[in-house]
Design a protein around this ligand. Structure first.
Ligand SMILES: Cc1ncc(COP(=O)(O)O)c(C=O)c1O
Length: 397
């Protein structure tokens, strides 16, 4: 059926941005990896230093964790084939929730099948018709979509600008409200000022939700996240997180007061109408938590690797923004140059992530690099040599 007069597919036929990038030979997405995502790995037949994962603790190929995942398949099979609500809850899910609640020192934890679904489920159930959701402009897409799914009204404040947030709160004192922020901002690698947000939330009587997808496992002395890094972990109302980064798997969670978690557990559509995490994934996360508790030095190892890279990149003359985390952006400020830089780095043996609009505003185009506990000084130094070579070639430094 071709040429409908009013075709909903028309936007797809008109979508030229993709064709242009493919034609330029700089298409950087959906690159197939055919092995473990290690610190250094084979991609398309050549050796690459991996600076483009969220595998901060380097646990995706940890032998003990892999063993536990295999044991779970042997015991429980491959999938649960239903939602937690009806027929997809294993004793293993409950064990994970209890372990996480203990680790995070929260009354109750509920797990979801992805971090994205956690934000959708939590925010859309918590914010009702008369409520206001205050979002940082750089919040992750899943927070924005969760807010859109809710019946609440959304107000955005400028990134980390608490004067702007106060102004918005001041003008809406009569409405119940909730502030939702990333802990670690996923592209820029900078931190939300959590102590400041706690103070504001107390002053205005609103709740605070922190999505610490990139912070839990990577920030704070015990890996409990950005609020722990600032020494105020217990004062966040709801902590949301993911298992797809430091926990080396897939899935997500929310942690908070038992009464609130129970409400979300029984009303969130992404909990009730979506199949639960498969057994191997749950066992992986429990085993990753064991490793994190036994080897908290993994956290400082990833920070040490990031710091070596950050200092090296800055001294070469790259703009590395305000990161204090294992994520280090290299701000290029132009889409074509970013894609070209990505391609040359890839050819020379470094895998990074190109970030262009709409993920960042025009002018903020960057390469996102991230560092793992398993990156050695030698790997970082070799990567820096490649950054220098490609950066000079493209006149970026
Ligand atoms: C800040 C933030 N929140 C939520 C998510 C979604 O997590 P998941 O990949 O587990 O769906 C991500 C993942 O990119 C993220 O960066």
């Amino acid at each position: 059926m071709n040429n409908l007069p009013n075709d909903v597919f028309q936007k797809c036929y008109d979508y030229e941005r993709l064709d242009k990038v493919v034609k330029s030979g700089l298409y950087p997405y959906f690159v197939p990896l055919s092995g473990h995502v290690g610190a250094e790995m084979e991609i398309e037949g050549h050796s690459i230093i991996m600076l483009g994962s969220n595998n901060y603790l380097g646990l995706t190929d940890h032998p003990k964790i892999m063993e536990k995942a295999k044991e779970a398949i042997d015991k429980y099979g491959t999938g649960c084939t239903g939602s937690r609500f009806l027929n997809g809850t294993l004793d293993l899910h409950i064990e994970l929730e209890e372990r996480l609640a203990q680790f995070l020192n929260k009354e109750m934890v509920i797990t979801f099948s992805t971090g994205f679904q956690s934000n959708l489920g939590v925010i859309s159930t918590i914010a009702g018709r008369n409520d206001i959701i205050y979002l940082d402009r750089l919040d992750h897409a899943s927070i924005i979509d969760g807010a859109r799914m809710s019946y609440g009204r959304v107000l955005k404040f400028r990134h980390n600008d608490h004067e702007h947030l106060r102004y918005l709160l001041e003008n809406n004192r009569e409405h119940p409200g909730v502030i939702v922020t990333d802990g670690v901002f996923s592209m820029e690698g900078d931190l939300a000022n959590i102590p400041g947000l706690i103070e504001i939330s107390r002053e205005f009587g609103v709740r605070l939700i922190v999505d610490d997808a990139h912070g839990v496992g990577a920030m704070g002395p015990r890996g409990r996240g950005t609020a722990e890094h600032f020494g105020c972990h217990d004062e966040v109302d709801i902590l949301v997180g993911t298992f797809s980064k430091s926990f080396a798997c897939v899935g997500g969670f929310a942690a908070g007061p038992a009464r609130v978690m129970d409400y979300i557990k029984h009303t969130a559509r992404t909990m009730i109408f979506s199949a639960s995490l498969p057994p191997a994934a749950v066992a992986t996360v429990i085993a990753a938590l064991d490793v994190l508790e036994q080897e908290p030095e993994l956290i400082s190892n990833s920070h040490r690797a990031a710091e070596r890279a950050r200092q090296g990149l800055a001294s070469l003359g790259f703009n590395v923004g305000n990161s204090e985390t294992p994520i280090v952006p290299i701000i290029v400020g132009d889409e074509y140059q970013t894609l070209l830089f990505w391609k040359r780095l890839f050819q020379e043996g470094v895998f990074a992530n190109p970030v262009i609009s709409p993920a960042v505003a025009n002018g903020g185009e960057m390469l996102r690099t991230s560092y793992m506990a398993t990156h050695t000084d030698d790997m970082i130094d070799r990567a820096l040599d490649i950054f220098e070579k490609c950066g000079k070639e493209l006149d970026l430094i």
